[in-house]
Design a binder for this molecule. Structure first.
Ligand SMILES: NC(=O)c1ccc[n+]([C@@H]2O[C@H](COP(=O)([O-])OP(=O)(O)OC[C@H]3O[C@@H](n4cnc5c(N)ncnc54)[C@H](OP(=O)(O)O)[C@@H]3O)[C@@H](O)[C@H]2O)c1
Length: 266
């Protein structure tokens, strides 16, 4: 192998779709891998192919991140394996049905995976990164984090959490040499859609990107040093204007008096 190791990337949801492409691309970039998901057979097959093709060390951890004990095992790996230099928080599930057609227990499962597991894994990884003075976290959010009207609202809300959490981490870890990127994919051609309740064939093809293109674009954004990457967005200044408007609100969001338009009897 000609590429030196860049340390180990732990990727959740690596058994299919976007996570499996991250595994492929990061192995080719010189990372050893720890692949996490429930489907061990798929993880083993991917691990074997990638270690054959790239010569990198690829480990598999079969775990249901919605289960506290399994999640705890993965947290322990992140806390104790000092070779880990990157965490890709990718495992997630979606839904396309509106509130009135959704099962609250399924919604809670989604929050547990998309929000709680991602949060616990981040808390497990960051202290080691800070101690070692280096590390990167890639959080897979979604464009529905800023467009929650487009799909199931709990899914959009869970991805808005991922974006807000990422922005806060960027701020907290800015001086610690730790990169944190939020990736906001639009519709991407993976099993996600079938599992979420709308077969991919029912999604207009002009809004669907391949998982390969999505991940390659997201990694190009990472290489550019972006904190937030929206692979589909043609004009980066649209995001910059959105973010500038948000920053502009901040000084006025907390004041000792209500705004004039809300003053009673004024
Ligand atoms: N596809 C899109 O249009 C789209 C758009 C925006 C954002 N995203 C986000 O992209 C991420 C990856 O999704 P994808 O599109 O690649 O879909 P996918 O092909 O269905 O992949 C989801 C991955 O998460 C794993 N996973 C699901 N439940 C899990 C659990 N309880 N514990 C551990 N792993 C679990 C799955 O593996 P196992 O079944 O083996 O556990 C699989 O590897 C998600 O966070 C999703 O919200 C997708």
């Amino acid at each position: 192998m000609t590429v030196n190791s860049k340390g180990t990337a732990l990727i959740t949801g690596a058994s299919s779709g976007i996570g499996a492409i991250y595994a492929d691309r990061l192995a080719r970039r010189g990372y050893d891998l720890i692949l996490v998901a429930r489907n061990k057979a798929r993880l083993d097959a991917l691990a074997e192919r990638l270690s054959d093709e790239t010569g990198r060390a690829v480990e598999v951890v079969a775990a249901d991140l919605g289960n506290k004990d399994d999640l705890g095992r993965v947290e322990k790996v992140l806390r104790t394996d000092a070779s880990i230099t990157m965490l890709v928080n990718n495992a997630g599930i979606g839904a396309t049905a509106p509130l009135l057609a959704s099962d609250i227990d399924k919604m809670e499962e989604m929050i547990t995976l998309n929000v709680s597991a991602l949060t616990r894994l981040t808390y497990a990884a960051v202290p080691g990164f800070v101690k070692r003075g280096t590390g990167a976290i890639i959080n897979i959010a979604s464009v529905v984090g800023i467009a929650p009207e487009r799909l199931n609202g709990v899914y959009g809300g869970s991805k808005a959490f991922v974006l807000a959490f990422t922005l806060s981490l960027q701020n907290e870890l800015a001086d610690k040499n730790i990169r944190v990127q939020a990736v906001l994919p639009g519709a991407t051609a993976t099993d996600f859609w079938d599992i979420a309740g709308t077969p991919l064939e029912h999604v207009p093809s002009e809004i669907v990107m391949s998982a390969e293109d999505m991940v390659d674009a997201a990694l190009a954004g990472f290489d550019l040093g972006e904190g937030v990457t929206i692979p589909s967005l043609p004009d980066a200044t649209d995001w910059e204007a959105y973010e500038a408007a948000r920053q502009n609100l901040i000084p006025n969001l907390s004041r000792s008096v209500p705004a004039a338009r809300y003053r009673v009897g004024g």
